[in-house]
Write a protein that binds this ligand. Sequence first.
Ligand code: UDX
Length: 437
Amino acid sequence: MKVVVIGTGYVGLVSGACFADFGHQVTCIDKDLSKIEALKQGIIPIFEPGLDDLVKSNVNAGRLKFSTDAKDVVADAEIVFIAVGTPSRRGDGHADLSFVYAVAEELAPLIKGYTVITNKSTVPVGTGDEVAAIIKKHAPQAEFDVASNPEFLREGAAIEDFKRPDRVVVGVESKRAEEVLRQLYRPLFLNETPIYVTNRRTAELIKYAANSFLAVKIGFINEISDLCDAVGANVQEVAKGIGLDKRIGSKFLNAGPGYGGSCFPKDTLALSKTAKDANSPLSIVDTVIASNDARKLSMVDRVVAACGGSVEGKTIAALGLTFKPNTDDMRDAPSLVIIPELQKRGAKIKAFCPEGMREAKNLLNNVEYCENSYDCLEGANAAVIITEWDEFRALDITRISHMLKDKVLVDLRNIYNATEFEGSGIAYSSIGRPQKV
Ligand code: UDX
């Protein structure tokens, strides 16, 4: 099939490259000429494992093209994906749909022949209706349907998630649109991926409900971890014990410093707003939003306590800056709250992150960025692990015990066990686990 994807961010670029890998003829469109020129040369603007090879192989096979001009390709396409950003609107947390609507208006006159315009961006319930109205208004003769096909890929695992999803959700208002989307995803049926067809509004809500539920699950285990600290239980064992219940499941039960990223914070806020506007507020989602915000700050109290009650004049080594490993994405990363607050309390910060420092330099001030973990730890009073990058999982404990002046290590991702620090002289603390072994 001929496919156009408008927007070459995480979702757009991964979707376009994967659709091409399925054998479809794909053109990815973006207004940003420099981005498109770079993509044409195989330069990928985001860090996503495997994406560079996937793009290169499909460009070489002639299945994947990049352009700033949608004109001809939309006329030829059977399906056009809108995969532009829907950031939180400044001030009120609603999703900013201006980019989505602008695309709808621009592509309306370009439609030739029956075309399925499909929202892949995460959009509030009812956006598909609005997109349809915009296109109708700007191209009354156009023959089209608007569908919703939300994406569930995780950054750092995007290609795997796209190609082997638990399900494909399709929201359509006509059998004809359904057939086009079934045809598009036919390659996935080979590994029996369920394609779940519903109406547009339901598909739009499924995306928000899924992300918000995952955020609730994380918020829940994070609060349970604080209770574990209070009663001397082990949150990892609680997570295992409840996760064996298939109704709960073992995923997304790792306690941490709070969730971040470009989705959970934005999507929970947008869903909360949608619910309030519909006079059906979601108190649980509202609670998790507040709980998660407070949690990032509470991590600072842990570090200060581990340093004897004050970090004034102390150097703290921060390992990991990105919101999670295997990404360069700093959006809403806990480090963006933890580090400035530590600085406010008088700490000097050294930091190392395999992929986050380029972006962090635009977001964090007065931080000494280091070449590697040991360079970061050398000479610091204490250290805090903020993101669970693999390379932090096997640090030489004897070596770091000579590097940390006050021999304090706070592990916010429970990468290690207290037993590994016995005899090292390092005062190790983590979250939701008894400190004594
Ligand atoms: C998420 C959803 O997983 C994905 O389906 C959706 O399409 C986009 O949003 P992403 O934000 O890329 O994906 O990352 P994810 O792996 O879900 O992690 C989100 C945040 O939750 C991270 O900050 C991570 O550290 C945190 N997290 C995740 C936990 O704190 N504990 C967990 O057990 C899992």
